[in-house]
Design a protein around this ligand. Structure first.
Ligand code: SAH
Length: 250
């Protein structure tokens, strides 16, 4: 029997409703149910008035996916994820659940502006070309693997964007990572964007040692950009040039 329902997995961007795509807004409008983490649902409160809203907290992601899949058999459902759903978001979990259980779900993914894309231009252009993205959360990835990847990214002279740099329970990883940066790349500059496109947005540029001395400047709503050997700094603006002035007269 053809299912009557549909599941949208929606990226809602960094927090500002103006950064949702039109596709995301239309999918929310069409949905009878909206599920998500309470922080993200509060960001789109005005768009989901009158919907059947199921909010849950961090750590309840598996349960959320199961409920969304079940409801989507007969109803139009939106499962919302911050930023982009495929980047440390709900999509990989949903697909893992789908594949593991060999399920046939009528679903559509709607991309969102990921934290990197929201935050990088607030600093200038720290990420202009090849770069590496690393999460410091060792909830699902062993620390040894994270550290190894960080080390190789540093050796490759990539600009490195760091997601999940710190949390209330997980502060040590930030210090360990910054010490690795210091050893491998020196006391380079780090672009810091807290709450991009949210209230209390803060943009700053610090040195690695300053972060080691005062790790509290980084929290779970922060993304970091570690400069490479080519990154230039002017005030709070970071630029990793693409190399136009090596080739052309600017
Ligand atoms: N799927 C999300 C990422 C979820 S992981 C996305 O695509 O953006 C959560 C991490 O993303 C946070 O710890 C932080 O490092 C980063 N992040 C998400 N939103 C942010 C924002 N508005 N400002 C700064 N960092 C943000």
């Amino acid at each position: 029997m053809q299912s009557r329902g549909r599941l949208y997995i929606i990226g809602i961007g960094p927090g500002d409703v103006e950064l949702l795509t039109i596709k995301a807004i239309n999918a929310l409008k069409e949905s009878e149910y909206v599920l998500g983490h309470k922080t993200y649902l509060s960001m789109i409160r005005n768009l989901i008035e009158g919907k059947k809203v199921i909010e849950s907290s961090m750590g309840r992601e598996i349960e959320r996916v199961k409920i969304a899949v079940e409801l989507s058999k007969n109803s139009v459902v939106s499962l919302v994820s911050g930023g982009d759903p495929s980047i440390y978001g709900m999509l990989p979990l949903f697909l893992e659940f789908l594949i593991k259980n060999d399920l046939d779900v009528n679903y559509e993914v709607i991309p969102g502006v990921t934290a990197l894309c929201a935050a990088s231009p607030l600093l200038g252009s720290p990420v202009c070309g090849d770069h590496v993205v690393i999460s410091l959360s060792d909830l699902l990835t062993p620390w040894e693997k994270i550290e190894k990847r960080l080390l190789h990214a540093l050796k490759g002279d990539f600009v490195i964007a760091i997601y999940n740099p710190s949390s209330r329970r997980r502060k040590k990883n930030l210090i360990k990572a910054m010490k690795t940066v210091l050893e491998e790349r020196g006391n380079v500059v780090v672009g810091i964007v807290k709450n991009a496109f949210r209230e209390k947005c803060e943009v700053s540029v610090k040195k690695v040692l300053e972060i080691i001395e005062d790790p509290e400047i980084v929290d779970m709503n922060t993304i970091l950009f570690i400069a490479n050997s080519e990154t230039l700094i002017k005030g709070n603006t970071l630029l990793t040039p693409r190399g136009y002035s090596n080739k052309y007269d600017l």
